[in-house]
Design a protein around this ligand. Sequence first.
Ligand code: MG
Ligand code: MG
Length: 273
Amino acid sequence: MSMLKTPHEVALLRECADLVSKTLAEVAGYISPGQETQVLDRVAEDFIRSHGAEPAFKGYRMGSLPPFPSALCISVNDVVVHGFPGSYTLCEGDLVSIDCGVQLNGYFGDSAYTFGVGDLDPDKTRLCTATHEALMLGIAAANPHATIGDIGSTVQRHCQAQGLGVVRELVGHGIGSKLHESPQVPNFGRPNKGRRLRTGMTLCIEPMINLGTSEITVDSDGWTVRSADGTPSAHYEHMICIRADASEVLTTFEYIEEVIPAPYERTQTLTYG
Ligand code: MG
Ligand code: MG
């Protein structure tokens, strides 16, 4: 398994990315106060299967933990990632991070988006804005002249400058015929350090950012990751392919944002460096 994908492999990954993007948009139509998160999970699983694909997270194994039970990770408010869908009903003002994975034609798609249920308070809006910006800046930093450390340091600097907590225990990753491939893509690092990026690498960049401390706790279920101080957390994830000039973003949030308004503010054009 090479880190460098052939054009054929990239084409297959582009299909996976498109399906995962459309699945998140399908789920977006069901996000409203009073909705149970397990309904969102059912919507996603039905949508994925109706497109001839498999939900990649359902049954996923991590270490000695029981397999992940659902198609989606649904992480509300202080849950950072890996929340279980269930009987919780969404409330006005909740921050809901939804991570989705699909397997199609032997390849994987993986994307995450943090939604607002109705109007968010200013702190949650600020958190979403910074986390989305950090993702886009990280993508802008990813080119064949850069390193893994350039991506991480860009994300880290942008969020820490705003007093936000950058979660370190969970990282982005390569993606291909496995859901999680080398290299790891941390959301922290040092410029010009780490593995050099190369044209044809396909990566998931996924900042997980807390309004308060960067520290996390894990529930007794072994999966559910929370901010240690109970502050809200946001998570945006795109799949990209490293290109000679600029990265190609394989996933898109455009389908989602045709259904539900973005919870983040669109700021002036960002530059990095
Ligand atoms: Mg993901
Ligand atoms: Mg991922």
